[in-house]
Design a protein around this ligand. Structure first.
Ligand SMILES: O=C(O)CCC(=O)C(=O)O
Length: 293
């Protein structure tokens, strides 16, 4: 067992649009902006009680850390329950139940009054603010967002640690082919370097987010997340404009997930095992060759 190598993230306050674009957006460097949301009504209002009071009756899909097996689709909810009941679980202690990509405009449009899109040079797509919820101890698998958006991710109520990886670090992360995530058997908080030695080479950037902190994650950056206690986040996204990235975005959205689901439906667990064994063999072979060169 071991620990992933990380350096702390850059942190700023009072950042201007010019500085953000020059120092972070253009060079695609992540940064934590500590005071960006202080003027949002959400900074005072948003907590788990408030969300419960607004939308507690909604039935929501919840996901856990169990890998989906066999012929099931790659993303299927573990449970469904009332949002009120789920938030009670979040308040009461450890759980691996998470909710993700909860569409604010469709599900809780009232919340749009409580935040604004900051004028920092990111061309925000205002039709898709989405929320994420997690309980103490829940973990988000290392992945990058398949739409390759630049992300502004703001956390509320509790604390969570986020570890980011530049896109060029993917070669050490045991990415599963035809997905955007790494192997579900890897615990990035306590990785097994005997089974997955290439993880010793990866370099991450780490941050603990507190209520109201805004994290800029550049396009294609990998991230894995551990909730330290129950809380929730909102992600605002800006789509890429470069033709090469747009082509990748469309291939990811139109082709990759459909292909993966067709292969799972037809070959089931054999397909999953084949891909996973292949990626482990390939990365471990390369790692051991590098050690002997
Ligand atoms: O915070 C989470 O639960 C997941 C966030 C995430 O993966 C994202 O915003 O892309």
């Amino acid at each position: 067992m071991g620990t992933i190598k990380t350096i702390p993230i850059a942190r700023v306050k009072n950042i201007t649009k010019e500085t953000f674009v020059k120092e972070y957006y253009k060079p695609q460097r992540p940064v934590l902006i500590e005071d960006l949301t202080r003027s949002w009504p959400a900074y005072e209002k948003w907590n788990l009680d408030y969300i419960q009071s607004l939308a507690g009756d909604q039935i929501v899909p919840l996901y856990n850390n169990e890998p989906t097996k066999g012929r099931k689709k790659s993303v299927v909810p573990a449970k469904k329950m009332k949002l009120y009941d789920y938030i009670e679980i979040l308040k009461s202690g450890p759980t691996d139940l998470r909710m993700f990509f909860y569409n604010v405009l469709q599900k809780m449009p009232e919340l749009t009054k409580d935040f604004s899109y900051p004028d920092i040079g990111l061309p925000f797509f205002k039709k898709l603010p989405v929320m994420f919820f997690g309980g103490k101890g829940s973990k988000v698998l290392a992945h990058y967002d398949m739409d390759l958006a630049d992300l502004l991710h703001v956390h509320f109520h509790g604390e969570k640690t986020v570890t980011l990886f530049r896109p060029d670090q993917a070669k050490y992360l045991y990415k599963v082919p035809f997905t955007v995530h790494n192997l579900e058997t890897i615990d990035m908080d306590n990785p097994d370097f005997t089974k997955y030695p290439a993880l010793q080479q990866v370099e991450g950037i780490s941050v603990t987010m507190k209520h109201g902190d805004a994290l800029y994650m550049p396009s294609g950056y990998w991230h894995y997340i551990t909730y330290l206690n129950g809380g929730f986040s909102i992600t605002l996204r800006a789509f890429p404009r470069h033709p090469k990235k747009l082509a990748k975005l469309f291939s990811n959205l139109l082709f990759m997930r459909n292909f993966e689901n067709i292969m799972r439906r037809t070959l089931g667990q054999k397909w999953i095992d084949y891909k996973e064994n292949r990626v482990v063999a390939r990365l471990n072979r390369r790692y051991s060759k590098q050690q002997h060169d």
